[in-house]
Design a protein around this ligand. Structure first.
Ligand code: GLP
Length: 233
């Protein structure tokens, strides 16, 4: 695991962009993308650039269950706002959180990932060490699945909603086994709220209690952390 320390999220976005640029130049075609506040500066750098993504494929990590795509908290909406409207891709895949048959949707998404191996996966990290919506206790062997969100995650994400009651209680998430199949993983972490999770991810035991710790077993992980997030490393 390579760790790059940066001053702040702005510099982090630039460093992540440069790394992504190298991978694109080397032929990367399928990007695994994340939502949340963390990847925003990276997406801003992409939008500012003159890179063309029209032959690229994106596969997002997760989506809330039950939010229409025009709800501004859906991850579909987030991705269009922050990236896809400005940089059209050949194809954008996200789980459909409104699918009537969620089990079938989970299977469909697994097939999407199987058919489009991810070259570069962008990740944030939750305060409790989750990646995607793989909460503590999730099996490392799991692929796409329906998740009951942890209370900690609901609380953390409630800042984006009018009230905590509005935060969806479930999501569809790419699984840890799917994430681990990505060729390169770029994990970004900004702010002191991530310091404990990051320290455990890097130096703690590999345990399902801290989902991101599995990344110690991946051959090509680059962590970009600001001073605050890296303060306990
Ligand atoms: C969310 C997302 C994750 C994200 C994490 C951190 O719940 N499902 O993909 O990495 O929590 O969010 P943020 O970047 O806003 O801190």
């Amino acid at each position: 695991m390579k760790i790059i320390k940066v001053e702040d999220s702005l510099e982090g976005g630039k460093v992540a962009f440069d790394l992504l640029f190298e991978k694109l130049a080397a032929g990367a075609k399928t990007l695994g993308l994340a939502t949340g506040s963390t990847p925003i500066t990276l997406y801003q750098e992409i939008v500012k650039s003159d890179l063309d993504f029209s032959d690229m494929i994106s596969i997002n990590l997760d989506e809330y269950v039950g939010l229409p795509v025009d709800n501004d908290q859906s991850y579909d909406y987030f991705m269009r706002e922050h990236l896809f409207n400005a940089k059209p891709f050949n194809q954008n895949f996200l789980p459909n959180g409104l699918a009537e048959d969620l089990d079938a949707e989970v299977k469909r998404y697994d097939a999407v990932i199987e058919n489009h191996p991810i070259d570069v996966q962008v990740l944030g990290i939750g305060r409790n060490g989750h990646i995607g919506f793989n909460e503590p206790g999730t099996s490392f062997d799991i692929t796409t699945h329906l998740v009951d969100l942890a209370q900690d995650t609901i609380e953390a994400n409630s800042r984006f909603f009018d009230s905590i009651e509005d935060v969806p209680k479930q999501a569809i998430s790419m699984g840890i086994a799917s994430i681990m199949k990505s060729k390169t993983i770029l994990l970004l972490a900004f702010g002191e709220g991530k310091a404990d999770a990051l320290a455990q991810m890097v130096n703690g035991p590999v345990t399902e209690n801290l989902p991101a710790s599995i990344l110690q077993n991946h051959p090509d992980v680059i962590v970009i952390a600001d001073q605050a997030a890296a303060s306990k490393l």
